[in-house]
Structures are given as C-alpha cells and as structure tokens.
Design a protein around this ligand. Structure first.
Ligand code: URP
Ligand code: ZN
Ligand code: ZN
Length: 454
C-alpha cells in the first residue's frame, strides 16, 4: 500500500522543513510539497515532526551474562524498540570460543529472525582472536558483519581481550575496512578494589561504583586510544561515561585520529548518587554511572561534536535477578534498560532546549548509520527505507513501567517526565507503534547487511 505522510516538519542533522513524504514498497519514494498519489493512504502529520527512525547501536537481547539471561528476548526488546522509535537494533553476539565470526552469528540470527519486530544487525564481541578469525574479518564484512567489539574487562567471565589482541584486531580492521569497538575498563584495578571492599564488608551497590570509579574507565580509554594511534585504525569506544576518557577522545580527535565515542542516556540523565538509593542495584551496569563532572563532560562532548552516537546498552534484568546482589554488589547482573527511552529522552532534552533536534537526529540516526555502514537507514531521504517516526512536541509523557513495552518488571526511568513524545513509528513503511500501542508483528524485522568502510 502506498502511503503519504502529509504536512509534517522533516528534521535532518542539518535542516528542518515542511514537506510530504511518499512511501512506496517499504522505501521513501519522494519528498515534496502537495504530493498526491491516487489510491494511497494519507496520514496527517500537521504539527508533528517527521524523523528518521533511531538506530540503537548497542543492545544485549536474550543475552547470556553473569550467570543468567537478560530479561528482554528478541521479541520483547524489538517490540520496546518500535515503541520508542528505534527502527534498527544492533545486538551483540558473543563469539563462541573455537567458532568463527559468521558461525557465531548464525544461531543468533536464527533466534532473532522470527521474533524481530524491527530491523536488526549484529556486532560481534570477539573472545578468541585466532589467526583464522583475523583472516575472517574481510569475509565477515562482505557478509554484512563489519564491526567487532573487544571487552577490555570481564576477565573472570572469559570475555576479556588483552592489549595484544586489541592491537592485532585494530591492524586487521585497518586492512579490511572493518571497525573495532572496545568496552574500556581495567579489570585488574576493579578486582583489587573488589577484594578490598569485600574484606571490609562493604557490599552495597554504592561499592559497585567505587570499585569501578572514573579513572578505572579512563585508564582503559586512554590505553585503547593509544593502541588506535599506534595502528592508525579507527576506534569506536562504546558506552563512554567518564570525563577524563572524554578529554582523551577530544585530544585524539584534535590530533587527527578517527576516534568515535558512544555514550548512553543513563550516563546523561543520572549520576552515581543512584547507587546510594534503596533500589541502587537496579542501576548497576558497567561501566557504572559516574559523577556530575563526568555527566557534564559528556554533554559538552555531545555539543562540541566529540560524541558521535548515543545508544542504550539495553541489557535489562528483572527484579529477582537484580536481587541476587541485594547483600553483595558483585552478584548483581550488570545492565540497565533504555531501548524505549533513548529517542524520547534525547528528543525531550532537545525540546527543553539543551541541544537541538538536529543534533539528536545526528546522534541517534545519521551517525550510527554512517559509522556502521547501514546505508539504507538513518535519514528521511528518497531511496532510504521508510523507517519514520512522528513526534508530537506538545505532548507530555511520564515514563512508568506500565506504559513501557519491555518484558522487564521495572524501569530505571520510572517517573521521568518528558516534553514531547512519539505518536507513530513506521518500520519500512509498516506502522509498528501508534498512540501508545504496539501494532507491529514478530518476524517483520529483517537482518540488515552493513557495509565495510571504504
Ligand atoms: O552492564 C552492562 N553494560 N552490561 C552489558 C554488557 C556490557 O558490558 O556492555
Ligand atoms: Zn560493555
Ligand atoms: Zn553493552
């Protein structure tokens, strides 16, 4: 069915203008004024913003982690995504030791495909960087998988990759047009802090933060940037959360290096004080949410263009899972939710005047599409997939677990008041969210092949 979205204001990273959008066969066919298509369905977007669907470049759906599995499976996670205006989800597949990149992705893709309510792609978290895996970078990229993450942390979980592995991966990424991402924290410092706090009987959620404070993250950021500089390869730092790491990114970019930084809404909205709350364990994620100085540095980084993307690191755990660590922070499964909150929160911050709407489009749609080679996504332009969000800037919204669409039984965003909200989400021209209700279907989402860098 042809569709014409009429009378809204289209926003891009660099412009806003009133126009109609004509959608044909899941793709944006034309943009113009007074578009008329015989037999088409018309949607009145008067007074609304017409935005590209967001790309959440960092999620962990049905993720086996910390002895359990994250609470949102591919269905619930992508349903919540649709309801938050996210039309493409990048999920992390952890490489099974002994298996290759594509071999590790295949079973996850098989799990995701029948459940996905919006389009999806994968980053692969490498855990076993054998010569064969390094050799596979080019073929995996050709198969649409050109981005690899290396954990500098989670040593005891068998996920950590050492500096030599990061160095080798960076060198190979430069040759193959692929992109290496890192989770930057220093595991030895964390373990030393944990040992000390355990010996002192300091086991509340506050000590999760104190065991991984600002400089534990900054040290690893600086080390990873150093390795990237040595190789001349681009580097993507996931979930950057601290001021000194932010400064290191700024310095490296100003020296001409290609360092991309991603942050997450939880780091922009909360401070480490949440860990002192009765429900502090619900906010436990790694890296932990940092202090006000770090939060301020992240917002400055966004405004000055040193943070390229905001993604969620969506990895929710139910209350009973978080309760494992009620009396011992080391037993709390790490991760927070945000897939349904990312775009509404960032757009609300724009509505309140903190940043521009154009900046939000850049951070949540255009930049992730460009950085990860998602060529059919990220913008309202002819030829792009019709992933479109209608946004009412006058609508007030208060987040509560009852109006979210995740399977998780609480939200860290409970009570957050937002200025403006999403009314409609289209995924490749199909309505998947309307006026508070999910109206999509599992299996609608496709795997999106990403292109390597040229
Ligand atoms: O706490 C977090 N972030 N959990 C998910 C895994 C990761 O480190 O990204
Ligand atoms: Zn991480
Ligand atoms: Zn993550």
């Amino acid at each position: 069915m042809d569709l014409v979205i009429k009378g809204g204001t289209i926003i891009t990273s660099h412009s806003r203008y009133k126009a109609d959008v004509y959608i044909k066969d899941e793709v944006i066919e034309a943009i113009g004024t007074d578009i008329s298509v015989p037999g088409a369905e018309y949607v009145d977007a008067t007074g609304k913003f017409v935005l590209p669907g967001a790309i959440d470049a960092h999620t962990h759906l049905e993720f086996p982690f910390n002895g359990t599995t994250s609470a949102d499976d591919y269905l619930a996670g992508t349903r919540a995504a649709a309801c938050g205006g996210v039309t493409t989800v990048f999920d992390f597949v952890v490489q099974r030791k002994g298996l290759g990149i594509r071999e590790s992705v295949a079973p996850r893709d098989a799990l995701c495909a029948p459940k996905a309510c919006v389009d999806y792609s994968f980053h692969v978290a490498l855990t076993d960087l054998t010569p064969e895996v390094l050799d596979e970078f080019a073929d995996a990229a050709a198969a649409g998988l050109p981005s690899y993450k290396l954990f500098m942390v989670y040593k005891k979980d068998g996920l950590m990759m050492n500096d030599a592995a990061i160095y080798k991966a960076l060198l190979r990424s430069k040759e193959t047009g692929t992109l290496v991402a890192v989770h930057a924290e220093n595991p030895d410092l964390i373990d030393a802090n944990i040992d000390r706090f355990k010996a002192e009987g300091k086991l509340s959620a506050w000590y999760h933060y104190l065991s991984r404070p600002e400089d534990v993250e900054a040290e690893a950021d600086i080390r990873a940037i150093h390795l990237a500089k040595m190789t001349g390869a681009p580097l993507y730092i996931v979930h950057l959360a601290n001021a000194r790491g932010m400064q290191a990114v700024r310095d490296a970019v100003n020296e001409g290096y290609q360092i991309y930084a991603e942050t997450c809404p939880q780091y922009l909205n909360f401070t480490c004080d949440v860990y002192k709350r009765e429900d502090g364990r619900n906010f436990v994620c790694s890296p932990p949410i940092k202090n006000q100085e770090s939060q301020d540095a992240l917002w400055r980084g966004i405004k000055d263009g040193y943070i390229q993307t905001v993604a969620t690191d969506h990895c929710p755990f139910n209350q009973d899972q978080k309760d494992w660590g009620k009396d011992d922070f080391t037993k709390i499964p790490n991760g927070c939710m945000g897939i349904e909150n990312l775009y509404p929160y960032m757009l609300s911050e724009a509505n309140k005047g903190r940043i521009s709407f154009e900046k939000v489009i850049e951070l949540c749609a255009e930049n992730p599409a460009q950085i990860f080679g998602c060529t059919t996504k990220g913008a309202i332009e002819p030829g792009k997939d019709a992933d479109i969000v209608l946004y009412d800037p006058t609508m007030d919204f208060e987040v509560t677990v009852g109006n979210m669409h995740s399977d998780c039984d609480y939200t860290i965003w409970e009570g957050t008041k937002l200025n403006g909200y999403i009314t409609d989400t289209y995924s490749r021209g199909r309505l998947v969210f309307k006026d508070g209700q999910f109206v999509g279907e599992p299996g609608w989402g496709h795997f999106i092949k990403c292109a390597p860098r040229s």
